[in-house]
Design a protein around this ligand. Structure first.
Ligand code: ES4
Ligand code: ZN
Length: 332
C-alpha cells in the first residue's frame, strides 16, 4: 500500500487515457486524427508546454456529455486510489469545453456526479477548482466565472493555467478579486515556463494561497526566502517537467534543493495520461532519481494534506495526517 497522500495539482482533462478517448470518440461519432491508441501515444512527444497543449485541447473533442465527464473522473479516481490518494483537489478548464459548445453545467454536473460517489466508492474526498485559460482574454475569464455562479456550491476555488509566457498573472486581477468576493480559494500556475517574477505577481496581485509548479522561483533567492517564510505551498509535478522539457531528467529536478531551502513542496501528477504516470509514479520517480529517504517521502505526504483546502473539515485533515505518521515505508 502506497503512502497516503493528497493530490493538489491534477487537470481532470489530463487524465484522458487513449483507450477512453477512442471509446468516447466512437460513442459520440467524433473522428480522431490517429488510427489507434498506439498512434496516439506515439504523438505524445512534446517539445514544450505549447506543443502539449495543442494535442491536449484537440483530444478533448471526444468529451461531449455529462456522462463522459463522469466516466473520465471515475477512471481517474480509481487509478488515484490505487496510488494512495485519499484527497484530490481537481482542476477543470471550462473554457476548453464551452468553446466547443459544451455547456459549463454539463461539465460541472458530469464531474459532480462522479465526485459525489468518490468517498464511498474510492475512499477519496474531493474538491473542484475552476481554472481560467490564461491565453484567453480577461473578459472571457470573467464571463466564465459568471456562468459558473449557479454551480458555486460545487466549486472550492479558482486557478489559472494554459500557456504561461506572455500572459502574466496581473492580466487576471479583476476576476481573482471577484473570486475572492465570492469566497473562493485562489491558486495559479506560475514559474513553470514563466519567470520567477510571475510567482511574485500571482502572490501580490492575485492573492493566491498556493503556487502551481513554481519551479523557477529557484532563480530568485529572495523569492525563495519569502516563499519559505510564508510557507506558501508549491505543487510540483516532476514527470510533467521532464516531458515538457522544463528540465532534462528527473535527476535534475530541484525538489531536494527546494526541500533543503525550507520550501513547502508537494508532489503531484499534472496530466498523468500524457506524462507517463499518476501521483504515486511521481513519488517513486523522485525517490529513485533523487535518492529520497522515507522521512522525506513522509514530509511530502504530510505537506500534501497541510497544503490542501480542508479548512472546512479539520477533523478529516487530522485523520489523514495521522495515517501519514502511522505509515510504515517498505524496504524497497
Ligand atoms: C497544464 Cl502542464 C500544464 N501547464 C499549464 N497548463 C496546463 N493545463 C493542463 N496542463
Ligand atoms: Zn498544471
Amino acid at each position: 500500500m502506497p503512502v497516503p497522500k493528497a493530490e493538489l495539482h491534477l487537470h481532470i482533462e489530463g487524465t484522458l487515457e487513449p483507450e477512453l478517448a477512442f471509446a468516447l470518440a466512437a460513442r459520440n461519432g467524433v473522428t480522431l486524427p490517429y488510427v489507434d491508441t498506439a498512434a496516439l501515444r506515439e504523438a505524445y512527444r512534446f517539445s514544450d508546454l505549447q506543443s502539449f497543449l495543442d494535442l491536449y485541447y484537440g483530444l478533448m473533442a471526444v468529451l461531449r456529455t455529462a456522462e463522459d465527464f463522469t466516466e473520465l473522473a471515475d477512471a481517474y479516481l480509481e487509478r488515484a486510489a490505487a496510488q494512495g490518494v485519499r484527497h484530490a483537489e481537481i482542476f477543470f478548464d471550462p473554457q476548453a469545453h464551452t468553446a466547443r459548445g459544451v455547456p459549463i453545467g454539463t461539465v460541472i454536473e458530469g464531474l459532480g456526479a462522479s465526485l459525489d460517489r468518490a468517498e464511498e466508492r474510492y475512499g477519496i474526498s474531493t474538491r473542484l477548482i475552476l481554472c481560467f485559460l490564461r491565453d484567453e482574454s480577461a473578459e472571457s475569464a470573467l464571463a466564465t466565472l459568471e456562468a459558473a455562479k449557479p454551480y458555486l456550491h460545487r466549486i472550492t476555488g479558482v486557478g489559472l493555467d494554459s500557456a504561461e509566457v506572455g500572459h502574466p498573472p496581473a492580466k487576471f486581477r479583476e476576476v481573482y478579486e471577484e473570486a475572492a468576493r465570492l469566497g473562493l480559494r485562489r491558486v495559479a500556475h506560475a514559474g513553470e515556463e514563466g519567470p520567477a517574477a510571475y510567482v511574485r505577481e500571482a502572490l501580490d496581485v492575485l492573492g493566491v494561497e498556493r503556487i502551481d509548479h513554481g519551479l523557477r522561483c529557484m532563480e530568485d533567492p529572495s523569492l525563495v526566502e519569502r516563499l519559505a517564510r510564508e510557507r506558501v505551498p508549491l505543487t510540483l509535478c516532476p514527470l510533467s517537467n521532464v516531458r515538457l522539457r522544463v528540465i532534462d531528467t528527473l535527476a535534475d529536478h530541484p525538489l531536494r534543493a527546494m526541500m533543503t531551502a525550507g520550501l513547502m513542496v508537494t508532489v503531484n501528477s499534472d496530466d498523468p495520461a500524457y506524462f507517463g504516470g499518476y501521483v504515486g509514479d511521481n513519488f517513486d520517480g523522485v525517490r529513485d532519481a533523487l535518492g529520497l529517504e522515507p522521512e522525506q517521502l513522509r514530509e511530502l505526504a504530510r505537506n500534501s494534506f497541510e497544503a490542501s483546502f480542508l479548512e472546512d473539515d479539520e477533523a478529516r485533515r487530522e485523520r489523514y495526517l495521522a495515517e501519514v505518521e502511522a505509515y510504515e515505508f517498505g524496504g524497497a
